[in-house]
Design a protein around this ligand. Structure first.
Ligand SMILES: [Zn+2]
Length: 178
């Protein structure tokens, strides 16, 4: 448990961009931006191509593929939620990339697609619409001891603090700015 708690606090934010994120010119200067090969192929208009090529060249954007486990995981959620009909293979891969990145990052998906946002909601992966990029403060919840303020992983089962015995509670904290 102690190790998990430490991991939660050192995880870095990463932005996972879908096609609408790229067309909307979303690019964080403070956190890494990442997308999939499938999204790159979907971006066809000339200006957006220049935008992504420059971003890749400058190291502001990375391209990565999801792992197999994450893909089948997301596929399953899409099938149960009924969103599978409205979502493409590219969408599936992008959500799966966010799941893959959860190992070592706090992924935030940038998408305007409602079905995609629905799947992300079910999978408890944070997302933002590119249309709201002016909103700089993002909130998230942490499980915290009301006594000694030790932070626990959100799935921690015991209602009491292992150190001081006080009750644990949820607290809203500010995420990092872009
Ligand atoms: Zn405590």
């Amino acid at each position: 448990m102690l190790n998990n708690t430490e991991k939660v606090s050192v995880k870095r934010k990463i932005y996972v961009l879908d096609t609408s994120g790229i067309i909307g010119r979303f690019l964080s200067q403070k956190s890494p931006n990442i997308t999939t090969n499938g999204v790159m192929k979907e971006v066809k208009d000339f200006e957006s191509r220049i935008f992504t090529e420059n971003a890749l060249k400058n190291g502001d954007l990375e391209v990565c593929e999801p792992n197999e486990g994450a893909l089948s995981n997301v596929q399953e959620v899409m099938e149960t939620s009924g969103d599978v009909l409205r979502l493409s293979k590219v969408d599936l891969e992008l959500v799966a990339l966010a799941v893959t990145l959860q190992e070592s990052y706090l992924p935030m998906v940038i998408t305007d697609d409602y079905s995609m946002q629905n799947v992300l909601e079910i999978m408890k992966i944070p997302y933002r619409s590119v249309l709201t990029k002016g909103i700089e403060e993002i909130y998230r919840w942490v499980l915290i001891c009301r006594g000694c303020k030790k932070i626990y992983p959100n799935d921690y089962k015991d209602p009491d603090c292992e150190i001081c015995g006080s009750k644990l509670g949820k607290k809203r904290i500010k995420g990092h700015k872009n």
